[in-house]
Design a protein around this ligand. Structure first.
Ligand code: G4P
Length: 530
């Protein structure tokens, strides 16, 4: 029973946003409200400034700090909250996608002035693939922005998800008066830098209450009544089930930097968000309540000290109880491993733990046994699904600059790609290595780390590929003729899957037309989602 209570108590989620929408600020405010940190600024450092693309010190700093802040756990209102950090920098988007496989829900932050931005669309795509429940926080209401109704329309249209406002803003920018909590029927009056929760929250159970115009003025009171009427007419009543299945996203409005609306968000989150969910494997669905331990690695982090190649593998516990110093089966390697120093992360502190439960993330010291996606069990031969690879956006060929060090280069690039820093596709003949990433920054990181950690010197030369596509088909004849015709554009990914490196959108369209029975996937997730 205690075990089931431990599961029910946990809430594991990620905060996602287009850079600058306010993810770091909101994370920090949640930690402040949750009592996990005492001062602002603790999370802030965990950001690479956009201008710092060549600043290796920043990259190194980020690597160090993000280990510490990879999971921010704290207790709030009887629940254990695990916030999984996702890098804000777009060049690390792939890292974010993978982290999303380890969460049970997300909070999506949108800037009220910018609305839905490209990065948001991509992140939502990943959430939709997994039916992850999403709560939307419309931030920066203290600044001029788009009208709330148009914003909701834009969200529905661009993110292909239905919305249901749970709070509603009164005014915006200089005229921002506060938010009305539709379900609690109370009014939270805006004040910059709010620190106390109860202060200025007025119960307005009847919208005809004369207190309303007194507090916000006649014009805003009338507007609010009118708008709430429209909301009731347009949006279905909030239903937790459609939120949990990822069909409807509840929406909150606020201003993270002013601590405004954060409390409502956190309290509702506690109320509606899911406890740890099970995960699909290649054999069967695993429920968190099963008593045998299982978990998967979703992130690997090189340790700060470049002299030691130790890495930390982040394992999400899916079922059972993880225990320190107990042998578990590494399914891919068919090897039993035990972990003397598993680590948990409580806000900024790391500490060795004796046990962990479903929903928890454990840091495992690793000397090279783990790849992203690896599964640990008590012996059952199964592999968790759902760690997709996405087609990179930028491709470069790796060239060795020091023939004496080719072994080191080979080892280095394999380890870095196992960590998920980039993807590697190998073209035969010649064993040519094409490295693919979503941003230029990774190439700098790779080059820097290859020299510093492996003593290997390399150069990257740009390749003009448009996309890497994984192929599926039932028509083997057509596949064989495609493989023959396009031999020079084929490569193997890390799992030995054949990948078509299409040079242009047009050539990809041509291939799709010429080989109609082949399906070209821009993510390897097709294997997982079928
Ligand atoms: P990110 O992690 O999503 O990239 O965004 P971050 O929280 O760093 O916020 C980006 C900028 O937006 C920051 O300003 C932050 O202070 C500001 N911000 C966040 N929430 C609000 C809000 O509710 N209202 C207003 N007006 N601004 C907000 P900055 O100038 O880039 O950084 P800083 O110098 O303030 O630290």
């Amino acid at each position: 029973m205690k075990y089931l209570e431990a599961i029910e108590k946990r809430r594991t989620f990620g905060i996602i946003a287009h850079p600058d929408a306010g993810k770091t600020t909101l994370t920090e405010k949640l930690l402040l409200f949750g009592g996990a940190i005492q001062t602002a600024g603790a999370v802030k450092n965990n950001k690479i400034k956009k201008s710092a693309t060549s600043d290796f010190m920043e990259i190194e700093k980020q690597r160090g700090i993000s280990v510490a802040t990879s999971v921010m756990a704290f207790e709030y209102s009887g629940k254990q909250i695990n916030i999984l950090d996702t890098p804000g920098h777009k060049d690390f988007a792939e890292d974010t996608y993978r982290t999303l496989t380890a969460v049970d829900s997300v909070i999506l932050v949108i800037d009220c002035a910018n609305g839905v931005e490209t990065q948001t669309e991509k992140l939502m795509e990943v959430c939709r693939m997994r039916n992850t429940p999403v709560i939307i926080f419309v931030n920066k209401m203290d600044r001029e922005g788009k009208d709330a109704f148009s914003l909701l329309d834009e969200i529905e249209e661009k993110l292909s998800i239905k919305v249901r406002p749970l709070t509603w803003p009164i005014g915006i920018g200089d005229r921002f008066k506060g938010v009305y909590n539709i379900y609690k029927k109370n009014l939270n009056l805006f004040q910059a830098n709010k620190t106390k929760k109860e202060e200025d929250i007025v119960s307005i159970s009847d919208l005809n209450d004369p207190k309303l115009p007194e507090l916000v003025g006649n014009k805003f009171a009338e507007e609010l009544i009118e708008e709430l009427d429209i909301i009731d007419g347009v949006y279905d009543t909030f239903n937790r089930n459609t939120y949990l299945t990822g069909e409807v996203a509840p929406v909150f409005f606020g201003s993270a930097v002013n601590n405004f609306g954060v409390q409502e968000l956190l309290d509702s989150f506690i109320e509606i968000s899911p406890s740890p969910r099970g995960r699909e494997t290649d054999k069967r669905f695993i429920e968190p309540s099963e008593d045998k331990f299982s978990g998967f690695v979703f992130k690997i982090h090189a340790n700060l000290d470049p002299k030691h190649r130790d890495r930390i593998a982040f394992l999400r516990v899916v079922s059972g109880r993880f225990e320190r110093n107990t042998f578990y089966n590494h399914v891919r390697l068919e090897k039993n491993l035990k972990f003397p120093n598993p680590t948990s992360f409580m806000a900024q502190d790391k500490s060795v733990i004796d046990e962990a439960f479903p929903g928890d993330v454990v840091g495992l010291y690793d000397t090279g046994n783990f790849k992203i996606g690896d599964t640990l069990t008590e012996g059952e031969k199964l592999l968790f699904k759902g760690i997709p690879s996405f087609s990179p956006e930028i491709f470069m060929e790796l060239e060795n600059l020091d023939p004496m060090k080719s072994k080191q280069l080979d080892k280095g690039i394999h380890q870095l790609t196992d960590e998920g820093v980039a993807q590697m596709f190998v073209i035969q003949p010649g064993n040519r290595k094409i490295v693919g990433t979503v941003g230029m920054l990774q190439f700098e990181v790779i080059q820097h780390r290859l020299i510093n950690e492996y003593g290997a010197n390399c150069r990257f030369s740009p390749k003009n590929y448009y996309k890497a596509c994984w192929i599926t088909t039932d028509n083997n004849d057509q596949l064989q003729s495609f493989l023959k015709a396009k031999a020079s554009y084929l490569a193997k990914d890390k799992d030995d899957n054949v990948v078509f490196l299409a040079e242009t959108q047009f050539l990809l369209a041509m291939a799709e037309q010429d080989y109609p029975d082949l399906t070209f996937h821009k993510t390897s997730a097709f294997k997982l989602d079928q």
